[in-house]
Design a protein around this ligand. Structure first.
Ligand code: FAD
Length: 400
């Protein structure tokens, strides 16, 4: 493995590095440590070796820090064209819920707002309930230049030292937050579905689906700060808006570095016009449709109730419908007023994306399909008979 070396003369074969390696990337060969291709150069073995027998070129240990100097919760603000992204109230909602859990030991909720001409957004952030806005408003900060945004954000976090940083599990957040975490040399849990404060330790409990969604893992970041997490759109309850609420603006002033990105042109992504996450009514189709042309049943029912068309991954993978329609763990998280699942078995990865819907109606010919375990109303039957009958009845009601 390049970049990492075992000094054979010094290695005693004690095996401490094997235990320390989180990737099972070390074996003992002839009583000496042997690094395999699983190695990620994380450095855990270097720290664990009392004999200094493992070296990584250019690797420096993370200096031990006094973690108690980190305090408060910071929300990374995402904005576009002078408006807050829809996920921002949800991240603030999550931050305020965490704040309440620090009973008797209050925390400040801050919003880190970086951009050019973004000052006016502070008022809206206060209306959503943040106590402070850490504002860096300077010319030349391109909202798409994630390298400079990450650089500036990491500097602000280093200076202000919040113990928790929350961001959106959006296209932007997925690119920006990992860059920040790498610069800050801390961990990041992506796409959390639940966040809470451990009452004993005060640590952030970051819960997210793991192993293909089959288990929920709760992750703690014990030894580095800040504790960083992203949340997906529509998972957390948005903070209510109270116009006129105020707070403190903390002005930040850093030199804006030059971006390595060069934006050549903007091309409008028309596929994103489909906003499944904002829809009140969704009719989704799955593999049970049997053929792409049968999505016409789903479209017809969606039209009848003024809804939007969703799909399972099986239908998307089969090429029956484009990816923006996919609901679930690797698709969109939705919470409409009514979600109608047609010919969808209800695999856990699908459920993760739609179980927050107010009312779930399932149409499936298999009475044992898992979707019925979360459906409020279930129709056991052939969708090719049930859907036309539903449409007929809905239309006759409309006319009557
Ligand atoms: C890492 C990972 C991520 C994933 N992410 C997602 C995701 O984001 N979204 C997602 O949906 N899946 C996801 N999956 C896939 C998921 O595990 C399932 O394979 C998928 O959801 C199955 O789709 P389906 O319900 O349409 O198909 P199936 O499981 O094949 O179910 C088809 C259903 O249709 C019913 N049916 C058949 N004919 C009829 C009929 N005529 N009338 C009524 N009912 C009928 C059957 O009884 C059956 O229950 C993911 C999997 C993995 C491993």
């Amino acid at each position: 493995m390049d970049g990492i070396k075992v000094i054979i003369e010094t290695c005693t074969g004690c095996g401490l590095c094997l235990r320390a390696c989180p990737y099972q990337a070390i074996e003992l060969r002839e009583k000496k440590a042997w690094i395999t291709d699983n190695c990620t150069l994380c450095g855990a073995c270097v720290e664990a070796c009392p004999w200094k027998a493992i070296v990584i070129a250019g690797w420096k240990p993370i200096p031990k820090e006094d973690l108690s100097q980190y305090r408060g919760i910071c929300v990374m603000v995402e904005h576009r064209f002078g408006e807050l992204s829809p996920i921002v109230p949800e991240i603030i909602g999550a931050a305020l819920a965490l704040k309440q859990q620090f009973k008797g030991d209050p925390r400040t909720v801050s919003a880190l707002l970086i951009g050019s001409g973004v000052r006016a957004l502070s008022e809206e952030l206060f209306a959503y309930g943040v106590d402070e806005v850490w504002l860096l408003d300077k010319p030349g900060i391109d909202p798409f230049a994630e390298d400079i945004l990450a650089d500036l954000a990491a500097r602000a976090i280093r200076d202000r030292k919040p113990e928790i940083v929350l961001g959106g599990g959006t296209v932007m957040g997925r690119s920006l937050l990992p860059r920040m975490a790498a610069k800050l040399r801390t961990g990041l849990t992506a796409d959390c579905t639940e966040l809470s404060i451990d009452p004993e330790t005060g640590l952030l409990r970051q819960t997210r689906p793991a192993f293909g969604g089959n288990i929920m893992a709760t992750i703690l970041c014990e030894s580095s700060r800040p504790q960083m997490a992203t949340v997906r759109h529509k998972v957390m309850k948005p903070a209510p808006k109270e116009i006129g609420r105020t707070g403190q603006v903390v002005e930040l002033d850093y030199k804006v570095p030059k971006s390595d990105f060069e934006i050549l042109e903007f091309v409008e992504d028309t596929s994103q016009k489909l906003d499944l996450t904002e829809a009140d009514f969704i009719v989704s189709g799955g593999r049970g449709l049997g053929d792409p042309k049968n999505f016409s049943y789903i479209e017809e029912l969606a039209r009848t109730i003024g809804g939007t068309v969703g799909a399972s991954r099986a239908a998307v993978d089969a090429g029956w419908i484009p990816y923006p329609h996919q609901v679930g763990q690797t698709g969109k998280t939705v919470n409409p007023k009514i979600y109608i699942a047609c010919g969808i078995s209800g695999a856990v990865q699908h459920q993760v994306g739609m179980k927050g819907s107010d009312v779930i109606i399932a149409i499936n010919k298999d009475p044992n399909a898992p979707i019925f375990s979360i459906a409020h109303y279930g129709i056991v039957g052939d969708l090719f008979q049930v859907i036309p009958e539903l449409i007929r009845q809905l239309r006759s009601k409309e006319q009557g």
